[in-house]
Design a protein around this ligand. Structure first.
Ligand SMILES: [Zn+2]
Length: 146
Protein backbone atom coordinates (compact mmCIF):
# COMPACT_ATOMS: atom_id res chain seq x y z
CA UNK A 1 0.00 0.00 0.00
CA UNK A 2 1.05 3.58 -0.66
CA UNK A 3 0.15 6.94 0.78
CA UNK A 4 0.96 10.41 -0.48
CA UNK A 5 2.58 12.78 1.99
CA UNK A 6 1.10 16.18 2.69
CA UNK A 7 2.29 19.19 4.70
CA UNK A 8 0.26 20.72 7.51
CA UNK A 9 0.81 22.19 10.95
CA UNK A 10 4.45 22.57 10.00
CA UNK A 11 5.11 18.88 9.38
CA UNK A 12 5.05 16.30 6.58
CA UNK A 13 2.54 13.55 7.30
CA UNK A 14 0.83 10.64 5.58
CA UNK A 15 -2.44 8.88 6.34
CA UNK A 16 -2.44 5.13 6.66
CA UNK A 17 -3.95 3.89 3.38
CA UNK A 18 -5.49 0.79 4.95
CA UNK A 19 -9.29 0.85 4.56
CA UNK A 20 -11.13 2.22 7.62
CA UNK A 21 -7.84 3.05 9.39
CA UNK A 22 -7.66 6.67 10.48
CA UNK A 23 -4.06 6.74 11.70
CA UNK A 24 -1.41 9.01 10.25
CA UNK A 25 2.36 9.05 10.56
CA UNK A 26 5.01 11.75 10.31
CA UNK A 27 7.40 11.52 7.38
CA UNK A 28 10.08 12.51 9.88
CA UNK A 29 8.98 10.35 12.81
CA UNK A 30 9.67 11.20 16.41
CA UNK A 31 11.26 8.57 18.62
CA UNK A 32 8.83 7.23 21.25
CA UNK A 33 11.75 7.09 23.68
CA UNK A 34 13.53 9.92 25.49
CA UNK A 35 14.83 12.32 24.36
CA UNK A 36 12.07 11.92 21.71
CA UNK A 37 14.26 13.05 18.83
CA UNK A 38 12.69 13.73 15.46
CA UNK A 39 14.29 11.81 12.61
CA UNK A 40 16.63 13.97 10.55
CA UNK A 41 15.83 11.84 7.50
CA UNK A 42 12.45 11.01 5.99
CA UNK A 43 11.22 7.45 6.52
CA UNK A 44 9.41 6.26 3.40
CA UNK A 45 8.25 2.90 4.70
CA UNK A 46 6.35 2.92 7.97
CA UNK A 47 3.86 1.08 10.11
CA UNK A 48 0.84 2.85 11.59
CA UNK A 49 -0.18 2.51 15.24
CA UNK A 50 -2.49 -0.37 14.23
CA UNK A 51 0.32 -2.23 12.49
CA UNK A 52 -0.45 -1.56 8.83
CA UNK A 53 2.72 -1.24 6.79
CA UNK A 54 2.83 1.14 3.87
CA UNK A 55 5.09 3.19 1.62
CA UNK A 56 5.01 6.96 1.55
CA UNK A 57 5.37 9.00 -1.62
CA UNK A 58 6.53 12.57 -1.18
CA UNK A 59 7.96 15.38 -3.28
CA UNK A 60 11.76 15.26 -3.46
CA UNK A 61 13.79 16.88 -0.68
CA UNK A 62 14.37 20.12 -2.59
CA UNK A 63 10.67 20.50 -3.43
CA UNK A 64 9.66 19.74 0.16
CA UNK A 65 12.02 22.46 1.39
CA UNK A 66 10.69 24.95 -1.20
CA UNK A 67 7.07 24.16 -0.20
CA UNK A 68 7.91 24.72 3.48
CA UNK A 69 9.55 28.09 2.74
CA UNK A 70 6.75 29.15 0.37
CA UNK A 71 4.05 28.41 2.95
CA UNK A 72 5.98 30.45 5.49
CA UNK A 73 6.79 30.21 9.14
CA UNK A 74 3.30 31.25 10.24
CA UNK A 75 1.74 28.15 8.69
CA UNK A 76 1.19 26.56 12.09
CA UNK A 77 -0.83 29.58 13.23
CA UNK A 78 -2.97 30.00 10.15
CA UNK A 79 -3.34 26.30 9.38
CA UNK A 80 -1.87 26.42 5.88
CA UNK A 81 -1.33 23.16 4.08
CA UNK A 82 0.01 21.58 0.94
CA UNK A 83 -1.62 18.48 -0.51
CA UNK A 84 -0.63 16.61 -3.65
CA UNK A 85 -3.13 16.97 -6.50
CA UNK A 86 -6.38 15.14 -5.80
CA UNK A 87 -5.47 14.14 -2.23
CA UNK A 88 -8.71 12.99 -0.51
CA UNK A 89 -7.98 14.97 2.68
CA UNK A 90 -7.77 18.19 0.66
CA UNK A 91 -11.27 17.59 -0.68
CA UNK A 92 -12.53 16.57 2.76
CA UNK A 93 -11.19 19.71 4.45
CA UNK A 94 -11.86 22.04 1.49
CA UNK A 95 -8.18 22.81 0.96
CA UNK A 96 -6.59 23.29 -2.44
CA UNK A 97 -4.41 20.48 -3.74
CA UNK A 98 -1.52 20.27 -6.16
CA UNK A 99 -0.46 23.88 -5.67
CA UNK A 100 2.88 24.79 -7.20
CA UNK A 101 5.61 26.50 -5.20
CA UNK A 102 4.94 29.77 -7.03
CA UNK A 103 1.21 29.50 -6.28
CA UNK A 104 2.03 29.02 -2.59
CA UNK A 105 4.37 32.04 -2.70
CA UNK A 106 1.62 34.19 -4.26
CA UNK A 107 -0.85 32.99 -1.62
CA UNK A 108 1.64 33.81 1.15
CA UNK A 109 2.24 37.30 -0.26
CA UNK A 110 -1.53 37.90 -0.43
CA UNK A 111 -2.00 36.71 3.17
CA UNK A 112 0.79 39.03 4.32
CA UNK A 113 -0.90 41.96 2.52
CA UNK A 114 -4.18 41.08 4.28
CA UNK A 115 -2.45 40.86 7.68
CA UNK A 116 -0.74 44.22 7.09
CA UNK A 117 -4.04 45.82 6.07
CA UNK A 118 -5.74 44.42 9.16
CA UNK A 119 -2.92 45.70 11.36
CA UNK A 120 -3.11 49.09 9.68
CA UNK A 121 -6.89 49.18 10.25
CA UNK A 122 -6.38 48.23 13.91
CA UNK A 123 -3.82 51.00 14.37
CA UNK A 124 -6.12 53.60 12.75
CA UNK A 125 -8.96 52.48 15.04
CA UNK A 126 -6.65 52.53 18.06
CA UNK A 127 -5.63 56.14 17.21
CA UNK A 128 -9.24 57.21 16.64
CA UNK A 129 -10.31 55.70 19.97
CA UNK A 130 -7.33 57.29 21.73
CA UNK A 131 -8.40 60.68 20.34
CA UNK A 132 -11.83 60.01 21.87
CA UNK A 133 -10.29 59.12 25.24
CA UNK A 134 -10.50 55.34 24.96
CA UNK A 135 -7.26 53.46 25.55
CA UNK A 136 -6.72 50.12 23.85
CA UNK A 137 -4.31 47.75 25.55
CA UNK A 138 -1.90 45.54 23.63
CA UNK A 139 -4.20 42.54 24.15
CA UNK A 140 -7.05 44.39 22.42
CA UNK A 141 -9.10 45.16 25.55
CA UNK A 142 -10.03 48.78 26.02
CA UNK A 143 -10.98 51.20 28.75
CA UNK A 144 -13.09 54.33 28.58
CA UNK A 145 -16.29 55.44 26.95
CA UNK A 146 -17.21 57.63 24.02
ZN1 LIG B 1 -3.34 1.79 9.66
Amino acid sequence: MKSEAFYNWGAWKAFCPSPRCTDAVALYPQSPYPPFEISADPVFHQRCARGHEFDIEAPDEDTRARIEVAIGEDSVHDGRTWYPKGHPAAALYHHPSGQSVSELEEETAELRRIHETEESDRNRLRKLLADLGVTVDTDGTFNGRI
